[in-house]
Design a protein around this ligand. Sequence first.
Ligand SMILES: *Cc1c(COP(=O)(O)O)cnc(C)c1O
Length: 431
Amino acid sequence: MDRKKTGPHEALFARAKKVIPGGVNSPVRAFNGVGGTPVFVESGRRQKIRTADGRVLTDYCCSWGAMILGHARREVVASVGRAASLGSTFGIATPAEVDFAERLVSLVPSMEMVRAVSSGTEAVMTAVRLARGVTGRRIVLKFDGCYHGHSDAMLVKSGSGVLTMGASSSAGVTAGAVADTLVVPYNDLSAVKQALAEHGGDIAAVIVEPVAGNMGIVPPADGFLKGLRALTRAAGALLVCDEVICGFRFGFSTYSALYAGVVPDLVTLGKVVGGGLPLAAVGGRAKWMRQLAPTGPVYQAGTLSGNPLAVAAGLKTLEILEREQPYARMAELGSALAVGVGTIAAEHGLPITCQSFNGVFTPFCAEGPVMCLADAKACDLKLYAKVFHGMLDRGIYIAPSQFECNFISAAHTDRDVDEFLDRFDDVCACI
Ligand SMILES: *Cc1c(COP(=O)(O)O)cnc(C)c1O
């Protein structure tokens, strides 16, 4: 299908590029992984987004999972409106942030205390500093292709937009920061064992995405997370589960609690728990959390941390999730979609494996299974770009990069899945 050469998106992008680096405020939005002009969204409602050229698309990005209830859910909008009318931030403690902390502590077994921050990046940055502060050790071990936000320590062999750039690290990250970060392959317990054996006394923490989401979705192998728990405990290192995507996405708590049976020392949350506003959290054992300022020596702060506006969105989102428990249905839709994609691709002789877990999916352009970054990198990125643009031309927005997840929200329906598969079949026929 012909894509218009000039239109509202081209005009907006031209303006944007003059005043915003690359025209975007987060790299993956620039479509570098798939080519073409990025779309600009004017509004969203439920599972649909309306773009600046007047098209309505079915959205499988959902702000990278944050909009688990769909866009502009009425009760959330009302709750945020009420909070805004009462003052959106004070720089003084508010009752709502106590409610938010109590809620998370009651729902996440490993969280005895929690601190609110404004982004997943901050939550992880705080967890890493805290782990170093309480252990007095310098090294953090992470997994190749896992993304933990854009703090220096975490930009070594990172996933998500960093992968799309083709950079395994970032300029501006010092050799010292790189030296303090060890990277091993995801799902490779023996590599962890070896790293701990070599550097054990220096390792402050092992940080992991319990289900890796930022190289496309890669579930943990059997025993991987339990193995990490046992190894970190033996080495005196903290286990940090970065559940910024996973938390409250696959069920009404964290992945580590609901699926892995693992009690991490620290957990980071973001995306879903912020209800679409800038709100994230880091929590864990009280013994560690008390080491944060003002009770402890590890500094951390934030002008907008736990502000009543963001907390209103987060609390209302959690309340609706608890009441409606959309998880089983999202999982059903997700597996119908993934199975359908696999079947259709096979019929067309295309090497596409759709991996999914409970409503989160990635169509990997490879035979699969994808178990680690090396597998993900072996994907046919040109084929992915064709699938992406084919779907976009037909009214469906999937992630503009192979190294990301797609998200089914509580607002998606059976009809959306049918539509997806119908369009995907058509796209495959045209490739
Ligand atoms: C999105 C994400 C982050 C960073 O969160 P921001 O709010 O974008 O800073 C950290 N960790 C994981 C696992 C993520 O998916």
